[in-house]
Every structure is written in structure tokens, then in C-alpha cells.
Ligand binder design. Structure first.
Ligand SMILES: [Mn+2]
Length: 573
């Protein structure tokens, strides 16, 4: 992949102002300016990642109404059912509320729909289950904001419903008893970036506050909330920073038996856990529970109090993840050969591929991989025998695929999602019309510039400027994730020392030593084997890199993560 290097935009005045106000070196001031840390007040807000300074849950619309109602249900010893979704955010949100209500001795059950027979969100089966066991109240997790029919159905069964969700609302709202969702139009909650698991935590905190219970009764589950936050890629700013910081500590301390059992399957050193590691290790395993089998096992694992049971489920999920990986690879390869055999795909500004022999559970991952490889909006559709297709769509920066799908929605049965990731269902007889409209739209809306993959650089940073002050500053900025990315640096005129190595299970990692101004660093480049020739050319190189954030204790142990590399004669940045 040939990236175009761009600097992030920064105002010179703001940088100079920060530099003089805080007496800081320029690279640090630039990074602060980009993150809006411009004055003492912003700085203090950024510093405050204490779990005890979260926003008041009662700032959320309908929190009071919901908590009061739940209290009367608890007093009357009524049965409550938590209805979650089958992805990691839904599973973790469900787990939190289930454990929380259990700890209050509430008669509580949970229900997670089956992806293949019931689909996303609240299902009729879940409502029937709740009715059958004599429950009075359903609390949804990470879903429900557009479940108009299902909530109506619950009402006919005399079930009360409280929706907790974080998805955008459609024009109408369902007729639930109450809806807790920071993103609903009339909610003035100060932070809109909560995950489904985060909203569940807020409800538990609201109940604590209103019943005079210690907030630790809810906050003990920040490790579980953290997995939902990371998995849903919500921004790691505001409350999410505080929750994740606390959650990562709890994960390190092995507070949750199920999470620990999963980590043991991945053989990760627990005192160095990062967001990225969780994203690539245990989160896919929890996800695979719902992608190739029964997602309720995810809740069973996370809520388990039994080491042996947890170990067994973790081992099962690990095996299923391996199965899922091999299905993913075969669908991915199938897509690649379709692309290679069809010249028209190269000419278009988006990729749409379909089949009737793929696996619904991997469409999203494959769409992401295709998008990454070709840097075009990508739609992957699988048709079932009845002619109904399920699609996953992934987009590139600067193209809102949700809006585009919405424009083409007259050809679709249903659709939902957000700017970068959307899903839909379609009848096979409408596929041609849909494709035609979508291709026309992308032709019009996407210019060539957008199709060029770009890397955004925070600031230039020479090797000599990597000092303990900078490392301390990076620690202060962390944890990194969406919305609070690890800073990306540029260093020019770098000399490669010795012979670069090719390492990794698939021989796709390059490792080499660089030197500049009397210091040496080890550089690791994942999936960068195509750049190996630059390293052995003997020419000086320019590199774009991150400083690895999980090992910052001593300067000698830091590693540079390579993002891209250019030799001096092919620089366009
Ligand atoms: Mn979610």
C-alpha cells in the first residue's frame, strides 16, 4: 500500500501559546493543540481520569423515571429479564446488569438472540421467554431504540420495557415504558460517546445512587464495560477514558474469572495489557461466540463464578475463533479471486461482492479486510436459499456509507448502522438495481483524492527528541484508541543499521535497527514485507512511526511501531 503522508492541521498560534504557557517542547505542544488541550482547564479535564468523577447518571433523560420503576419492581420481588445483543458490547452490557441485579438478590434472567434464527436486537423469542417465566420487566441492552414492533409485542404480553441503548434513534421512538439513550434527540447528557455497556453501567450507578448503595457495587464491573467500549470502537475520551483506565487495571488484577480465562488462552502478559491487545486477542473470541454459535455463552463466561466452567467455555470460544478465522480466510480469498476475475471492479469506486455460499457471521470482518486492501467502500452480501441477502458495508474516511445506503434504501428490506459501518438486508431480485444506484452514487461522491490511502502525522520527531519527558507525556495521554490515537511521528534521513530481519508466523513482520544522532532504536513493521527492499537499498529512509505505549518504563526498552516508510527518492510528503 502506498500511503500519502499528510500533517494533521494545527494552528501555529495555538501551538506557540501552549508552548509558552506550559513551557513545553514543540512536539508535545503540537500534540496537545491537536487534542484540544489548550489551557489549564482542558489540561485538568484531561488529567481527571478518576472513576469517581464520572458524570451524574441522572443527567441522562429518563434515568430517574427508570430507576424509580426498577426500585418498585425490586421491592415487589418481580422477575426482571435482561435482553442483550449478540456482539461483545451487547454481551458485556447484559453481563453487567445481570451481575449487578444478582448482587441485589433480584430474580433476574438474561436472553441473547441467535444471530442466524432471530437476528439482531430484541427478538420475539426473547419476549416469549420473558412472558413464559412470569417476568414483569424487560430491560434491553445495546439495542431496542428502533424495535418498534417488538416493544409493541411486549406491551401486548403485559411486559414493561426499559430500553438502554446507544444507537441513533430513527424519527419515531418505540412505545417503551422509558428509554435511556444519550443519543436520543431530547437527551442532554454531556457525553454522547458511551457504549452500550457504558449505558448499562450508568443505569446500575443510577440505581446505586437512588437506593443509597455504594457506587462500587456498579463500578466493580468496569473491566467488563471496558471490553464493550473497545469492541464498539467508541471514542476513548471523556468518561470512556476514566472507565477504561480503571477497567484495564481490574483486568490486570484478574478480577473477572471469565476474562482471565480468555486471557490465559491468549498467553498475554497481564501487566502489559493494552487496548490494541484486547482488540486482537480476547474480543474476537467473545465475538465468535455469536458469529458461529450461541452468543449466550459469552454472558455465561463473563458472569461465571466457577473457574473450571470458565476455563471450558474459554477453550470452546478459542476453538470457535480458530474456526471463524478459517471461514474468514476462505471467504476473503473467494472475494479476492472474484475481484481479480472482473476488470469492471477495478474501474469502479466501490466494491460490491455477493455469493450464496458464504457465512453470515464473517461478512463484517471480510468487508473490513477488502476495504483495507483496496481502500474503497466495500459491501459483502451473502444470499440464503430464500433469496434474502445479508450485507456488511465498510467505508473509507470521507465517505458516509450509512447516508449512501439510506439513499438507495428503496431497494432494501432493512438497513442500519453508522458512517463507517452499515448493514442491510436485500431481496436478490433487487440486487442489480441497488448496485446500479450505489455505483452511480459513489462515482459522483468519491473523488480520486479520497481513494488514495493517507496517513496523518501529528508532528516531526527526530530520534534525539525521544526523551523521558516525551515518554511521560505519552503515558499521560494514554490509553490510546479511537478519538485519542497514539501520536504518529515523522523522522527523516534515518540510517538503517545492520541486516533487517523478517519475522513472524507468516513472515510478514520486518524488524530492524535505526540510528540517528547517536541514538539507536528497534523498529517493528507489521504487514510491511513489501517495504523490505527499501531497508536493504542502503539509502537513507524517512519513516512514519508510533512509539509503542505498553512498555514505556525505561527509555532503553522502547520500540518504534512502523506505519510507513519511504526512501529519499520517492518522497511526496
Ligand atoms: Mn453497541
Amino acid at each position: 500500500m502506498n500511503y500519502h503522508w499528510n500533517y494533521k492541521e494545527t494552528s501555529k498560534d495555538v501551538v506557540e501559546n501552549i508552548q509558552s504557557k506550559f513551557n513545553l517542547p514543540k512536539p508535545i505542544a503540537v500534540i496537545m493543540a491537536q487534542r484540544g488541550i489548550k489551557n489549564k482547564k482542558n489540561f485538568n479535564q484531561y488529567c481527571d481520569i478518576s472513576i469517581n468523577s464520572l458524570h451524574d447518571p441522572f443527567l441522562m433523560l429518563n434515568m430517574k423515571k427508570s430507576v424509580e420503576f426498577i426500585k418498585t419492581m425490586i421491592e415487589k420481588k418481580e422477575t426482571i429479564v435482561i435482553l442483550g445483543d449478540f456482539d461483545v458490547d451487547g454481551i458485556t452490557a447484559t453481563s453487567i446488569l445481570f451481575l449487578f441485579f444478582k448482587s441485589l438478590n433480584v430474580d433476574v434472567y438474561y436472553y441473547i438472540p441467535n444471530r442466524f434464527t432471530e437476528g439482531h436486537g430484541i427478538s420475539k423469542n426473547g419476549i416469549d421467554f420473558s412472558s413464559k417465566i412470569g417476568a414483569k420487566l424487560i430491560i434491553t441492552c445495546d439495542c431496542g431504540i428502533s424495535a418498534f414492533e417488538e416493544i409493541k409485542y411486549a406491551n401486548t404480553k403485559n411486559l414493561h420495557t426499559i430500553i438502554t441503548d446507544h444507537h441513533n434513534q430513527k424519527q419515531k421512538l418505540p412505545e417503551a415504558y422509558s428509554i435511556i439513550n444519550p443519543k436520543q434527540n431530547s437527551c442532554n447528557y454531556p457525553f454522547k460517546g458511551l457504549s452500550g455497556s457504558g449505558v448499562a453501567l450508568k443505569l446500575a450507578l443510577g440505581i446505586c445512587k437512588s437506593m443509597g448503595l455504594d457506587s462500587s457495587l456498579a463500578l466493580q464491573y468496569t473491566d467488563i464495560v471496558t471490553l464493550g467500549i473497545i469492541s464498539d470502537a467508541v471514542p476513548i475520551i471523556d468518561e470512556n477514558r476514566a472507565i477504561i483506565t480503571d477497567g484495564l487495571n481490574k483486568i490486570k488484577k484478574e478480577k473477572n474469572i471469565g476474562i482471565t480465562a480468555l486471557l490465559n488462552q491468549c498467553k498475554i502478559s497481564k501487566n502489559r495489557i493494552t487496548i490494541d491487545q484486547l482488540l486482537y486477542s480476547i474480543i474476537p473470541k467473545i465475538n465468535s461466540a455469536g458469529k458461529v454459535g450461541d452468543a449466550a455463552r459469552g454472558v455465561k463466561l463473563i458472569t461465571s463464578r466457577n473457574f473450571i466452567l470458565a476455563k471450558n467455555i474459554a477453550a470452546d470460544l478459542n476453538n470457535e475463533n480458530i474456526k471463524r478465522q478459517s471461514i474468514t480466510l476462505s471467504v476473503f480469498n473467494d472475494c479476492i479471486s472474484k475481484i481479480k476475475n472482473d476488470n469492471s471492479i477495478n474501474e469502479r469506486k466501490a466494491i460490491i461482492l455477493s455469493s450464496n455460499s458464504w457465512h453470515d457471521g464473517v461478512l463484517g470482518i471480510v468487508a473490513s479486510k477488502i476495504k483495507e486492501k483496496y481502500h474503497k467502500p466495500s459491501i459483502i452480501i451473502n444470499f440464503k436459499k430464500n433469496g434474502i441477502g445479508t450485507a456488511s458495508c465498510r467505508s473509507i474516511l470521507g465517505f458516509n456509507i450509512y447516508n449512501a445506503i439510506e439513499i438507495c434504501s428503496k431497494h432494501l428490506i432493512s438497513y442500519g448502522g453508522h458512517a463507517m459501518a452499515t448493514g442491510f438486508t436485500i431481496d436478490s431480485k433487487n440486487l442489480k438495481l441497488f448496485c446500479a444506484q450505489f455505483y452511480t452514487l459513489t462515482e459522483k461522491l468519491i473523488n480520486k483524492q479520497k481513494l488514495k490511502p493517507k496517513i496523518y502525522i501529528d508532528t516531526k520527531l527526530n530520534m534525539i527528541d525521544i526523551n523521558s519527558r516525551l515518554l511521560k507525556f505519552l503515558r499521560f495521554l494514554s490509553p490510546f484508541g479511537p478519538g485519542n490515537e497514539n501520536p504518529v511521528f515523522l523522522a527523516r534521513n534515518i540510517k538503517v543499521i545492520g541486516i533487517p530481519q523478517i519475522i513472524g508466523k507468516n513472515n510478514d513482520v520486518i524488524k530492524f535497527i535505526i540510528s540517528g544522532e547517536k541514538v539507536m532504536y528497534e523498529v517493528i513493521g507489521l504487514n510491511m514485507i513489501e517495504k523490505y527492499e527499501y531497508l536493504i537499498s542502503g539509502k537513507k529512509i524517512d519513516i512514519v512511526y508510533e512509539i509503542k505505549d505498553n512498555n514505556l518504563k525505561t527509555k532503553s526498552s522502547i520500540q518504534l511501531n512502523l506505519k510507513d516508510i519511504k526512501t529519499r527518492d520517492n518522497i511526496h510528503a
